[in-house]
Ligand binder design. Structure first.
Ligand code: GLN
Length: 535
């Protein structure tokens, strides 16, 4: 069996340079159609990243197995067409916890337990166990934070040692650094990157490529200067300027010669990026454009809806359509504001708590009545059900018990006993669930299957006591869980596109394989635009 190829990605100077994107882009470039695992090492001491305040690291990304992880896993999955596992997210907390548990059990026979060698060995054992279990062709290891942070020291040291464990021809080190442009002097400054690489060398790692983030492409003379002072060849200094779409990144890396360097060192064959390139060209020069109103909370960063925005982009890329997202503040939405939205489709994404909910319900009513394409995700389904209950079924005061415990019509409610399979995350339904789709429904047509598997992250469900009332008033419950008959998909047949799901279908969308509901939604938005109507 051929050796597993390891690619280690570290970062320096500042955080927030897009190391997750860079790792994913490297993967798309060198490991296309290969079996890949992507391990992310975070320095913090939380044993379970799922228990960190969801918005501290941008969006909470949910994996197939129910693991709640950060946005980097979204990049890995979207660029590499893979389904990551929760166990691939390693934190210092997990490492120490495991080590201390072993020590308490007496597994070290009274020896002194130290950072060297025990913590470092533990890290390597975790990596090797994943590789053992998955038998991949490539193992990507991204080390969070920046080199020199005390809290990721053991990961950097383990990465250094890995070279002698697996052999120089089986490991590739990529380091992401920063070359700031100083407007006052009118040139890019290389000193931070020089110092950064010196620090990395001090830790014993010599990068095979230095990925230089900057606002504009680096000129050759800057590359040569960096190469000289970092002890590298010029071709190892790679320019990674700002891009219009992150999906350009694999192509940017390829253009700057990264593939050749990797191939030389790891003796691998290249994948074919033709299809990827075509999709990127479409994203950059689409034939048409639509505007989608994304109805979230105004204060949330765009990062909070990263996967939703990406899923829209994926669908657009396959329909030759650019996507303009307008973030709509729903805490103060009034009907007269709709005229200013200029949107061809309305999307209500997931959310928690009561803020902005009534505004979202008003927008959903508008979408339903004015026949504007609507896609509801998780909370977006629950609110669509509430709107329908109130305004079509005549159930005044209908609500979700998450917001109103005393509602006369709890059309969305907490169902006791629904969470027996969810060890993590307390009472949330987390991870992938299969639903049975209703034949002839729009949802079944879009998935082109009898079942759909989508990921979940929510507590409340459509109340089964009201299913009959909804269907007699014309709502189609187009997908239900096979055993418990929980509502997974709804649609309104007498509407161009009114579809919602209890799942977070944005998490299964990939550039090369858009999610079916997003595809249908963008297509409907395009049709809406072509019909000359604008919201
Ligand atoms: N707050 C709702 C629930 O817990 C919806 C959650 C979500 O949209 N992810 O059920």
């Amino acid at each position: 069996m051929p050796d597993v190829k390891y690619v280690v990605v570290t970062g320096g100077v500042v955080s927030g340079l897009g190391k997750g994107c860079a790792t994913a882009a490297l993967g798309a470039l060198i490991a296309r159609n290969k079996k890949v695992v992507t391990i992310k090492c975070d320095g913090y001491l939380n044993v379970d990243p799922g228990t960190i305040n969801p918005y501290e690291h941008g969006e909470v990304y949910v994996l197939e197995d129910g693991g709640e992880v950060d946005m980097d896993f979204g990049h890995y999955e979207r660029f590499l067409n893979i389904n990551c596992k929760f166990s691939w997210n390693i934190t210092s907390g997990k490492i120490f916890n495991s080590l201390i548990t072993k020590e308490r059990k007496g597994e070290f026979l009274g020896k002194t337990i130290q950072i060297f060698p025990h913590v470092i060995d533990e890290v390597k054992q975790w990596w090797k166990r994943i590789v053992q279990e998955e038998q991949p062709d490539f193992c990507f290891i991204e080390i969070g934070g920046t080199v020199g942070d005390c809290e990721n020291f053991w990961f950097v040291e383990a990465a250094r040692q890995l070279r002698s464990d697996v052999g120089n021809n089986n490991i590739f080190y990529a380091h992401l650094t920063y070359v700031p442009f100083l407007p006052s002097v009118g040139e890019p400054k290389t000193k931070p990157a020089q110092r950064d690489v010196a620090l990395l060398r001090e830790k014993g790692i010599i990068p095979d490529v230095l990925l230089c983030r900057s606002t504009t492409p680096l000129e050759d003379k800057i590359k040569s200067k960096l190469a000289l002072f970092c002890n590298l060849e010029s071709r190892q200094v790679v320019s990674v300027p700002d891009v219009k779409t992150i999906y350009e990144l694999p192509l940017v890396l390829k253009r700057d010669g990264v593939l050749a360097i990797v191939q030389e060192k790891l003796a691998i064959s290249a994948g074919d990026l033709t299809r990827w390139e075509k999709l990127v060209t479409t994203i950059l020069n689409p034939h048409d454009r639509v505007t989608i109103a994304l109805c979230g909370k105004y204060t949330d960063l765009r990062d909070s809806y990263a996967s939703v925005v990406e899923a829209l982009v994926h669908a657009g890329a396959h329909l030759n359509c650019g996507i303009d997202v307008t973030l709509v503040e729903t805490t103060s939405v009034a009907a007269e504001q709709f005229a200013d939205l200029h949107a061809h489709g309305i999307l209500v994404p997931g959310g928690f708590g009561s803020r902005g909910v009534e505004g979202k319900i008003t927008i959903i009513q508008h979408a339903r009545e004015k026949r504007i394409p609507y896609l509801g995700i998780c909370l977006g389904l629950q609110l669509a059900v509430i709107e329908f209950a109130r305004n079509v079924c005549g159930l005044a005061g209908a609500n979700t018990t998450e917001i109103d415990q005393n509602t006369p019509h709890p059309v969305v409610t907490f169902l006791p006993g629904q969470t027996e399979h969810t060890a993590k995350g307390g009472t949330m339904r987390l991870g992938a669930c299969t639903s049975q789709l209703v034949q002839e429904s729009l949802v079944a047509h879009l998935y082109q299957k009898e079942t759909a598997v989508e990921r979940h992250r929510h507590r409340y469900e459509v109340n089964p006591a009201y299913h009959r009332q909804f269907t007699t008033h014309g709502m189609v419950l187009s997908g239900l869980t096979p055993e418990k008959q929980l509502v997974e998909f709804i649609e309104l047949p007498n509407h161009p596109y009114f579809v919602a799901t209890q799942a977070h279908n944005e998490f299964t969308s990939r550039l090369e394989q858009p999610n079916p509901l997003f595809l249908g939604f963008v297509q409907a938005a395009l049709a809406y635009k072509k019909a000359g109507r604008i919201l």
